[in-house]
Ligand binder design. Structure first.
Ligand code: ARE
Length: 527
């Protein structure tokens, strides 16, 4: 075997320490190597074939202990053994704040959760683009529910001043939307969360602002003369025509207005061609300063980190800059929908784990891959993520997807997938309502899963609720589930058996999955 047919480099992906152990990864062209042995500290360790993808296959050895090591590889190929190395290196160390690992997140879209203040009337229980009237006081009122469930971190979709129910169109980044209860209620929420050791991450929308943000309004009014000319990505002047503004002010229905505005067009870049969301110019130093300022402002006022919206639409180096400027204790999660590699571990501690979600869909929902292929997918992702996989934000659904229960159509299949999520590497999360079997609608669309929470216990699915609580408890008390090594035991057909191992603690997970609900079961044993 010649050099170029295999590869290793002491980088974050190929050599890292985590929770008292060191992972060493070796890559070769597929089918070239029959065996790889790691020689380190006077000992030989057989490397486990971990995953294959495209041209390559990957081997892994996990050694106990952290700290600098000297090592080399003994590569067996076509009956010959050659040695590659030695390397002398300090393994990469995760910089994720420790508090993150012991968390189970709960995600709330405030408008759809609970109303605590008298005010906006509730809309219908099922989809409409209307305000349902939920607010922060409603969340405070229901903190007992979060405690009963056992979650200990909260991700809130945007809460800053804006004009829609989802609030991704921010008009003031320094104030809490009044409809949510304003500043006073936010302070109370923070106090109540701290009392219960529930951490909080808000949603930072820094890819775009609202059309109605004062900076953008200034740009519309003053055009080329505006101080905010470089804040946005203007493609021509005037930014919008008089006709555009007339239609905007007219009393036509929102749908019709949207259509008319689209026809007229505008001279700025925006999120997915949505006129309401003009894109910020991330090359501008002033924009960067502004983003940093907002992020710090809320960290100083009770936030423990950020979920960063449309992170993949902003250059990675901007996020690296932010990461350096923020306190080390802040957990930063980017919304990245495709390949996470440019983003972790140095721009974000983790990203919203869409690659894992895709695999989960293929195995648990579509049944298009078997357990063996599912495992290979997991292991390949593990290679791509390195130590960041323990800090990824894992989910079965969120406010942009359909409810997982709607997708599988049945509580038992749902719970098997949840058992996987709660026992796998990465930070598990629950989207409000999943724990009671809340359903959305089945005809798709971005807001398919945004129905209002149901508080009438008589309407809850008690099996889902009780099992969810049990799984969260299990996760929270087991350091092995939070930090342990993932050891596959058997992945065959639709059955998967694996262990999570940390020191003396060993948790064994058996999931017997089936597309038939009555044949689905899981079992977790701790020793
Ligand atoms: C609303 C309606 C939509 C309508 C749209 C346009 O709900 O039905 O089509 O308006 O009129 C927020 C709101 C949405 C709102 C949207 C626009 O929550 O309800 O839509 O603003 O006003 C892409 C992005 C990804 C983004 C998703 C939604 O890459 O970053 O789309 N996710 C974040 C948030 C959203 C939020 C925004 C961004 C905007 O989590 O909630 O939307 O701030 C493939 C592609 C992805 C694409 C995905 C869409 O997977 O690869 O790139 O994601 O499809 O599902």
């Amino acid at each position: 075997i010649g050099e170029g047919e295999f590869f290793h480099r002491p980088s974050a992906t190929y050599l890292y320490s985590f929770a008292g152990r060191t992972h060493v990864i070796f890559r070769s062209l597929r089918g070239k190597v029959s065996r790889v042995v790691l020689r380190a500290g006077g000992r030989k360790t057989e490397m486990r074939p971990k995953a294959h993808g495209g041209l390559f296959e990957y081997f892994e050895a996990v050694l106990s202990g952290e700290g600098p090591i000297e090592y080399s590889f003994l590569i067996e190929s076509e009956g010959k053994t050659s040695e590659y190395g030695p390397f002398n290196a300090e393994p990469y160390r995760s910089e994720t704040p420790e508090w993150v690992f012991e968390r189970v997140f709960y995600q709330i879209m405030p408008d759809r959760f609970e109303r605590g203040l008298p005010g906006t009337p509730r809309g219908e229980a099922f989809q409409s683009e209307e305000f349902h009237g939920g607010d922060l006081a409603g969340i405070i009122k229901r903190l007992g529910h979060l405690e009963e469930l056992g979650v200990n971190a909260l991700y809130l979709t945007p809460i800053f001043e804006s004009m829609t129910y989802h609030r991704y169109d921010v008009t003031d980044y320094f104030s809490i939307d009044r409809k949510l209860g304003g500043w006073g209620i936010f302070r109370e929420l923070v106090r109540e969360l701290k009392k219960r050791d529930i951490r909080l991450i808000p949603d930072g929308v820094f890819h775009h602002t609202s059309f109605f943000h004062p900076y953008f309004q200034d740009l519309i009014a003053r055009g080329n003369e505006s101080d905010y000319k470089d804040f946005y990505r203007v493609t021509g002047f005037p930014v919008v025509s008089d006709e555009f503004l007339e239609v905007l002010r007219s009393k036509t229905s929102p749908r019709e207005k949207h259509q008319r505005l689209k026809e007229i067009g505008w001279n700025y870049e925006s999120f997915y061609s949505v006129w309401l969301m003009p894109r910020l110019n991330h090359d501008s130093q002033e924009v960067r300063r502004f983003i940093g300022e907002v992020m710090e402002y809320w960290l100083e006022r009770g936030a423990d980190g950020w979920r960063l919206d449309v992170a993949h639409g902003v250059p990675p180096e901007l996020w690296r800059e932010m990461r350096k400027a923020m306190p080390e204790e802040a957990y930063l999660v980017g919304e990245v929908m495709d390949d996470p590699r440019p983003w972790v571990p140095d721009a974000f501690h983790g990203t919203m784990n869409y690659p894992l979600y895709e695999l989960i869909l293929r195995f648990f929902v579509e049944g298009e891959i078997d357990a063996g292929e599912f495992l290979n997918g997991l292991e390949l992702l593990s290679i791509h993520l390195g130590p960041a996989e323990y800090a990824m934000y894992n989910f079965l659904d969120n406010h942009d997807t359909e409810r997982f229960l709607d997708l599988v159509g049945d509580g038992r299949r749902y719970l098997c997938a949840l058992a996987f999520l709660m026992t796998y590497k990465g930070i598990p999360s629950i989207f409000y309502g999943d724990e009671i079997g809340l359903r959305g609608r089945l005809d798709g669309g971005l807001s398919a899963g945004r129905a209002s929470m149901v508080w009438d216990r008589g309407k809850w699915d008690t099996e889902i609720f009780e099992t969810t609580k049990r799984l969260i408890r299990l996760r929270r008390k087991s350091r092995a589930l939070q930090l342990g090594e993932f050891v596959p035991v058997r992945f065959q057909g639709r059955t998967m058996i694996y262990e999570r191992v940390l020191g003396d603690e060993r948790v064994r997970v058996e999931i017997r999955y089936s597309m038939e609900p009555e044949d689905c079961a899981f079992h977790v044993t701790t020793s």
